[in-house]
Write a protein that binds this ligand. Sequence first.
Ligand SMILES: Nc1nc2c(ncn2[C@@H]2O[C@H](COP(=O)(O)OP(=O)(O)OP(=O)(O)O)[C@@H](O)[C@H]2O)c(=O)[nH]1
Ligand SMILES: [Mg+2]
Length: 429
Amino acid sequence: MAMIQKILTLCRSSLPSSSSSSSSSTDSDEKSIEHQKSSSSTTSSTITMVNNDEENIMMMKPKWQPKRHLNCCGCDWFHLGKQWQNYRNKRRNEDEIKLLLIGLDNAGKTTLALHLAGESVDDVVSTIGFSKYELRLRQNRFKIVLYDVGGSARIRSIWHNYYSLVHGIIFVIDSADLERILEVKQLLQELASNPLILGKPILIFLNKQDIPEAMDEIDLCKFTNFEEILSKYQCITKIESISAKKTAIHSHNSSNESPHQIDSTIDSGLRWLLNWIDDQWPLLNLRVEQESRQQISKENDTMRKRINRIQQRILIEAESKVPNTIAANNETKSIIIDHQPKSIDNIDNNRTNDNENISSIDNENIGHHHHHHKPEILLIPNVTNEQPTTTTTTTTMDESISTKSPTDSTQSIRPPLKRTNKIYPQNID
Ligand SMILES: Nc1nc2c(ncn2[C@@H]2O[C@H](COP(=O)(O)OP(=O)(O)OP(=O)(O)O)[C@@H](O)[C@H]2O)c(=O)[nH]1
Ligand SMILES: [Mg+2]
């Protein structure tokens, strides 16, 4: 009998409790995902306001919880099932962890990425578009895909495209640049409040600690009201003070004799980030997969609509403008069809130009059909001779971005580099 009682006690102790520290990490992740779905953006993820008729007061009530189905021993089937599912869905070493590296321009993101890749940081230049790094960290345990996205004001508008694709964020701050601390504060606020980021870990690197006037963690909290942001959006955050350049130079110089070593402060931050993602893998990865799929299908839809619109307008323009003779008309159509973009990417990359040209033709040709007719080949510019190259993404991204926010006051003065995406498959731990 005593034995049975002992077993019962053991089983009951495995029940998750909201107040105890055993409230599992998967539960907290569930809450954050739930939080995302809820329309309320400012209230806490664990509570919701309800109207109590009896006492006619507003009270706080816990959110929806799964029903507990206790078996004869008092065990919770739901919880046990979840544990088993988590065990089965555990991350394997080959599963890719996708990380986004962001922060203001000149913060040291690329320097950090190169340091992690064991590359020289001597001639680092401002990032136009993005660079992709494939890394193996922590004794090969983690296969990382790192997106280093440019931080200048024009490029920041593409950051959000990566939010749904990644498992975690690394936010780099130039600690010696106090003049731009308000800009940092605004970016942190925008990042923390984005529904696609809620529930994902943000590792903050206070970079350039080798400069004497660099601010520390306390300064950051003071200048950015960081604690308020943290509690308002329930961020999962760690701040680490580092010097990407100094440690990178040191480790790169010594890398001839010994294997590449990552600086201990950088390593400690990464360890926190990667272990957190590892712990939350089943639900976090499920969420990333679902949200990435949604984003891709949304983008494809938009793209398809845009292609249709452009095709229709081109045909209408062609039919209404050209043709004094049927032959000329036929010729025009065949030219247009010959030069349809071969892929969605092409249309996307050239969409700005397409629209510009179409509108310019609109303006120029109203009432001047026969005098100012342009050859139709000009209707789809840049598509005809474009050859796919590895540098296309970077270059065209910059081109399309340049039209998004023309008032860029914070552009880097360093010369831009058209860098191809880099792949670093080697072990660097
Ligand atoms: N003193 C010091 N300088 C650093 C450190 N890390 C980076 N830098 C310098 O800061 C400048 C900008 O570094 P990048 O890595 O290009 O900065 P970024 O964040 O990638 O900038 P964008 O690509 O424009 O967004 C470079 O001159 C680096 O050498 C550091 O830890 N200490
Ligand atoms: Mg860069």
